[in-house]
Design a protein around this ligand. Structure first.
Ligand SMILES: [Zn+2]
Ligand SMILES: [Zn+2]
Length: 392
């Protein structure tokens, strides 16, 4: 790319074709094209891509990042540690999204910008909690930036999953729970009640679970489903089996005999999502902030200017302007969890038709578009009722 911009542009971070760029420090944040120096907010595949010369990420995320991109040149920083890159002060602060997820704070000559990456405010024992960071300009995600997206407390969701699992076990039926393999799966494993029965996982989760355990995150004992010989498959009757969505359309679940299946995702909040997924149950659990969470996180930064990167960009920009803030958007190639789904398909299972349709829409969230065009406008309360009944 031609470097025609002067080195001291007025904005500390701008959008370039390769990614979010800090000209003063000459580095990118979560770039989607190969660059010399990349600061990575977290190891999800739409934020951490292969091909950069140097990587910087928060230390607790090193294990998961290296398990996905083994050969990279990675420098790590503790949360809050201040590094100086070409005269710009850079520090990483917990985003509460997945293990090692960070907001990137950039300071130069008294100006402070923070790029959030993905974040959530709900408690999650598998990662450090979101830390509000004061700044002049906040670059925020908006994956679930519509009023219909309001999460129940995670424990309430775990209780629902537990009772679904307990009921299945009492009837001698396996419980197969689909969720994204990095972040959501570990959040679920840490939240459910392991006393109900044995827990198994799909092979796609195993290296990620191992990286979490190595970082000291407490997870219950989990065995690989593939370790169980066909003659021993009765053990699955009491079991919870956690698998990526890509395993759903494949032959993989058939080994469990009689089973009930469920999907855990923030998208399950949408009317019809469970049916479209073709599962028995939908549990609304997200690793992104809901609408009130986005609002309170943004307010807590004290920023006067907010730039929205992905998800429900227009409704968020509109809301920000209504609050009297200066608001705009960056065009990025950050997706939603569906890209993560596509990444976990490499673990060998076939992508379901639904999953591949979702992930083919790069950078977009088809389910969310439905929400913004129809669901959100006509039926906030209907959607809420449906979501509640399908998750209870
Ligand atoms: Zn993410
Ligand atoms: Zn993302």
């Amino acid at each position: 790319m031609p470097s025609t911009e002067p080195l001291s542009t007025e904005d500390l971070i701008v959008a370039r074709p390769q990614g979010l760029y800090c000209a003063a420090g000459d580095f990118y944040i979560d770039p989607w094209q190969p660059v010399e120096r990349a600061v990575i907010t977290h190891a999800h595949s739409d934020h951490a891509r292969l091909g950069h010369t140097h990587y910087l990420a928060a230390q607790p995320g090193a294990g998961v990042l290296l398990s996905r991109l083994p050969e990279i040149d990675l420098q790590t920083a503790a949360y809050g540690e201040r590094l100086v890159i070409n005269g710009v002060t850079v520090s990483l602060h917990p985003a509460g999204h997945v293990l090692g997820s960070a907001q990137v704070r950039v300071e130069q000559r008294g100006r402070v910008w923070v790029a959030s990456g993905d974040y959530k405010l709900d408690t999650d024992p598998t990662c450090a909690p979101f830390e509000p960071v004061r700044c002049d300009t906040f670059i925020t995600e908006s994956t679930f930036g519509l009023p219909i997206y309001r999460w129940e407390a995670p424990q309430t969701v775990f209780d629902s999953i537990d009772s679904w699992w307990r009921h299945n076990a009492s009837e001698g039926r396996a419980s197969v729970l689909f969720c994204y393999s990095f972040g959501k799966a570990q959040h679920l494993l840490a939240g459910i009640d392991p006393a109900i029965g044995p827990i198994f996982c799909h092979g796609a989760l195993e290296p990620i679970n191992r990286a979490y355990l190595a970082e000291g995150v407490a997870l219950p004992p989990v065995r690989l489903a593939s370790e169980i010989a066909a003659k021993d498959k009765a053990v699955f009757k009491q079991a919870l089996i956690v698998a990526p969505p890509s395993a759903q359309g494949s032959a993989w679940p058939k080994r469990f005999g009689d089973y009930s299946d469920a999907f855990a995702s923030g998208w399950m909040r949408l009317r019809g999502a469970r049916r479209r997924r073709g599962v028995d149950r939908g549990f609304v659990l997200s690793d992104h902030a809901d609408w009130p969470g986005l609002q309170s996180a943004i307010r807590a930064t004290g920023a006067e200017r907010v730039i929205v990167t992905h998800g429900q960009v227009e409704p968020m920009v509109r809301w920000l302007r209504e609050q009297g803030l200066e608001a705009g958007a960056f065009t990025t190639q950050y997706g939603d969890d569906a890209m993560e789904d596509a990444a976990s398909a490499e673990a060998g299972a076939d992508a379901s038709a639904d999953a591949s349709a979702k992930s083919s829409a790069e950078g977009a969230a088809p389910a969310a578009s439905e929400a913004s065009t129809s669901t959100a406008n006509d039926a906030t309360s209907n959607t809420a009722n449906n979501a509640t009944s399908s998750a209870s």
